[in-house]
Design a binder for this molecule. Structure first.
Ligand code: NAG
Ligand code: NAG
Ligand code: NAG
Length: 243
């Protein structure tokens, strides 16, 4: 029985890329190392990702669905979905430092530290016109700096086509993709955004403006959970038949 449970948990975490760790809370604003704007959202459902899983800001803007330690308590049983907006340097692998609003949905604040399990999910972008390409304050045609906001999924790469040549930008720890152009990127150029599903979208910028948000009308495809669900169902069947 123990073995069965053990295998089941391993299998489950493998299939769904489930993380487990500690959930704590902090006075989140929506801002942080991912360089997003502070938010007035109420409730504010955001989290700071632990340093070991940080991966050079690759997970900034992604959404995480979190289960708390009280699956039988009507007040706390529902999972909560947060957006990764910050880094938690002192957190261990699997940990998330949550906004107070998010923590409060999983456990009484007095608990302080709780066991959580979580997985990355698509962000809910219904009602948004598309993702945004934001340029950093202080950037310019000679030092471009872009970040993507309101994306359904994580971002792999941002590239720029200048004078007919594609250049991949470098991702920084503060979630901007940057590059210097010694003679400027030009007055009109194409920015290519690639999602973690390798889907690409090209957007033409007519002139570079710093601290500006270009609103696209494009959104990445939803991730299909169906393969995982089928595999999971088969695995379940297998265990109940043969153990
Ligand atoms: C949280 O931060 C805000 C400013 O960002 C501040 O006004 C507020 O007092 C802080 N709350 C706590 C409990 O520290
Ligand atoms: C924004 O950019 C301007 C011009 O580069 C600079 O003077 C200002 O200090 C910047 N503000 C912040 C908060 O970085
Ligand atoms: C960037 O622009 C927004 C408005 O679009 C403004 O509220 C914010 O203060 C600006 N930030 C900087 C650093 O200039």
């Amino acid at each position: 029985m123990i073995l069965k449970l053990f295998l089941f948990v391993i299998l489950f975490s493998q299939l769904f890329c489930l993380f487990t760790g500690d959930g704590t809370f902090y006075n989140a604003t929506g801002g942080g190392t991912c360089s997003f704007d502070e938010s007035n959202a109420n409730p504010l459902l955001v989290a700071a990702l632990n340093q070991p899983d940080w991966d050079g800001s690759n997970n900034c803007g992604r959404c995480a669905k979190i289960w708390g330690p009280y699956p039988d308590n009507p007040s706390y049983k529902n999972p909560v979905t947060v957006q990764i907006v910050d880094k938690c340097p002192e957190c261990l692998s699997g940990d998330l430092d949550l906004s107070e609003d998010a923590f409060a949905m999983l456990a009484p604040m007095g608990d302080g530290r709780i066991d959580i399990s979580w997985e990355y999910v698509d962000c809910d972008v219904s009602g948004l016109p598309g993702f945004q390409i934001h340029t950093k304050n202080g950037s310019n045609e000679w030092w471009v700096a872009f970040q993507v906001r309101d994306s359904r999924i994580g971002i792999n790469m941002i590239s720029v086509k200048s004078n007919g040549v594609w250049y991949d930008l470098s991702r920084t720890d503060y979630n901007y993709f940057i590059k210097s152009f010694s003679s400027g990127v030009g007055t009109q150029f194409v920015v290519r955004v690639e999602g973690i599903n390798n889907e690409k979208f090209d957007y033409t910028i007519n002139s570079y403006i710093a601290n500006y948000t270009f609103q696209t009308s494009y959104q990445f495809d939803a991730s299909s959970a169906s393969i995982n669900s089928i595999l999971f169902g088969m695995a379940l069947l297998f265990f109940f038949l043969f153990f």
